[in-house]
Write a protein that binds this ligand. Structure first.
Ligand code: G3P
Ligand code: CA
Length: 290
């Protein structure tokens, strides 16, 4: 009996000290996940409605959203911590959504050298999370990154509340309606406590080849269902170690046929791409290129 009590205590300690701790859910092994990185962002400005619409039309399994919060508390979807507006660098957490509304996310995309540049993009604005969820509802799946969580106290609860308000959590779909990712393990652990049924992805970025020990991966299994790693750092050994730990691996960001074939042959479970059409086409052929 005493041994059992000690074992239970140990499990609680390892799992983040909560008495109602739940093990993270496993991601389904099929299908191979095509995650539209900032939408189909090779063809339309990142994190805009055209980019997301295109990704959904192409058949991507997930649209990827990077999340920040304005000074007036709105969750907004864009990549950077700051914007350049009228010659000034403005931090997202220091400006209101009205100020952000003056920013044109297509300006960077609409360069003369970009064959996909179009004047029809110039009126686009940074969408709020609410606008994206209202627009697409449950017709797509969402792979949401909590960016810079230290800047946005309480963002985890706010995000979960908003997703729950759209009935996107705790569902029984063939693949999860929502996956949440972050480079911050602290933020992911908070999300896991708030919504243990939601699969989480721990992000990593390495300058060279990925170096993740099996004990490190074991720690990740206490709150996450998988890892996301920059594609250039992924090795076959890493993929094997990740799978041995019971985790999935989704490299980012893969837009080239050869790189995809190589990663696919290593056994990755999904991929972030700016070109979901290319990856889906390769999957429908022979992705290893044999
Ligand atoms: O979320 C995976 C990948 O998107 C992380 O890099 O900089 O494109 O958000 P970033
Ligand atoms: Ca991202």
């Amino acid at each position: 009996m005493k041994v059992l009590k000690v074992a239970s205590l140990l499990i609680l300690l390892l799992s983040g000290c909560s008495s109602d701790y739940q093990k993270p859910v496993a991601l389904p092994e099929e299908p191979f996940l095509v995650i539209a990185h900032r939408g189909a962002s090779a063809y339309a400005p990142a994190h805009t409605f055209p980019s997301y619409e295109l990704a959904i039309d192409m058949g991507a399994h997930y649209i990827e959203l990077d999340l920040h919060r304005t000074k007036d508390g709105k969750l907004v979807v864009l990549h950077n911590d700051s914007i350049e507006l009228n010659g000034s660098e403005l931090e997202i957490d220091e400006i209101t959504s009205d100020t952000l509304g003056a920013f044109k996310p297509a300006d960077e995309f609409n360069q003369p050298t970009n064959e996909f540049a179009s004047q029809r993009f110039s009126s686009l604005r940074v969408p709020s999370l609410e606008q994206v969820l209202r627009e697409f509802g449950d017709q797509t799946n969402y792979y949401i990154e909590i960016k810079s969580p230290d800047r946005y106290p309480g963002i985890e609860q706010q995000l979960i509340d908003q997703l729950a308000g759209h009935d996107l959590l705790n569902r029984e779909d063939s693949i999860p309606k929502v996956i949440i990712q972050s480079f911050s393990s602290d933020s992911l652990k908070k999300v896991h406590e708030l919504s243990p049924e939601t699969p989480l992805i721990q992000l990593y970025s390495f300058k060279k080849k990925a170096n993740l020990s099996s004990s490190k991966l074991k720690q990740v299994t206490h709150y996450a269902s998988g890892i996301g790693v920059n594609a250039t750092a992924v090795t076959e050994q890493l993929v094997d170690a990740v799978h041995q730990a019971g985790l999935a691996i989704h490299p980012f960001t893969v837009n080239e046929r050869e790189q995809f074939s190589s990663l696919f042959s290593m056994g990755i479970d999904g991929v972030f791409t700016d070109k979901p059409d290319l990856i889906l086409q390769l999957l429908n052929q022979d992705p290893e290129g044999d």
